[in-house]
Design a protein around this ligand. Structure first.
Ligand code: SF4
Length: 214
């Protein structure tokens, strides 16, 4: 097959893929169905340069239909050194969590893990579809386990501590949830990672905005 044909057959149209994902209701047919009507939440387009792979939408994101419209989002934007406008600019960021729908909560009011059905169905196609990603930020242990596999250290703390082993195109970070306040306070070396993360993100945005002002 000529090289050109190979390229065409290998590419996945991101618009069609997102439309397909938004119609997904796989988790309503499982033994433990989603407690809500499926509302798959993700962002990104063919130009996106930075991909954020988090866990799953919480109640506020589920209600708003936008990822990270909650205190975790405020902290994540602070860590990245970006404004809301930049964060939701799909020419810059693609946000594709391990589970696209709000998974419900446990007895203590904490969010349940991302649905296991979701990532095997969609993540590989998304990786193929986003052809211009320069940096992937793995947010929390579910994304770290899925994307680093055996390259991950024995736990999230050690993986994040050795973040330089995975660079420059992948950076693992903890989830910005309030549940990790103790972790963040205890591990002050994480500030060093944030300096690098901000610098990398700002560098990509600077290139992007030169081409396409926001
Ligand atoms: S969580 Fe993922 S697999 Fe489950 S219904 Fe939503 S989009 Fe489909």
């Amino acid at each position: 097959m000529p090289a050109k044909e190979k390229t065409i057959s290998a590419s996945i149209d991101i618009v069609s893929l997102k439309a397909k994902i938004r119609q997904c209701d796989v988790c309503t047919h499982s033994e433990k169905p989603l407690p809500v009507i499926p509302n798959p939440i993700l962002t990104g387009n063919a130009n996106s340069k930075i991909r954020i792979i988090g866990q799953a939408p919480g109640t506020l994101a589920h209600a708003s239909g936008r990822p990270f419209t909650d205190p975790s989002g405020v902290r994540l934007r602070h860590w990245l050194g970006v404004s809301e406008a930049e964060f939701y600019n799909e020419d810059i960021f693609a946000i594709t969590p391990m589970g696209f729908c709000f998974p419900g909560q446990d007895d203590k009011g904490g969010d349940l893990p991302p649905r296991k059905e979701c990532a095997p169905l969609w993540q590989a196609s998304l990786t193929q579809a986003f052809e211009n990603i320069e940096l992937t930020i793995l947010v929390g242990m579910y994304a770290v386990k899925a994307y680093l596999g055996p390259r991950a250290r024995r736990n999230l703390t050690e993986t994040v501590r050795h973040w330089q082993d995975y660079g420059p195109h992948i950076i693992p970070i903890p989830h910005p949830s309030w549940r990790n306040n103790g972790w963040i306070k205890k591990h002050d070396w994480f500030d060093q990672e944030l300096v690098c993360l901000k610098k990398t993100v700002r560098g990509i945005i600077a290139n992007e905005t030169n081409m396409n002002p926001i």
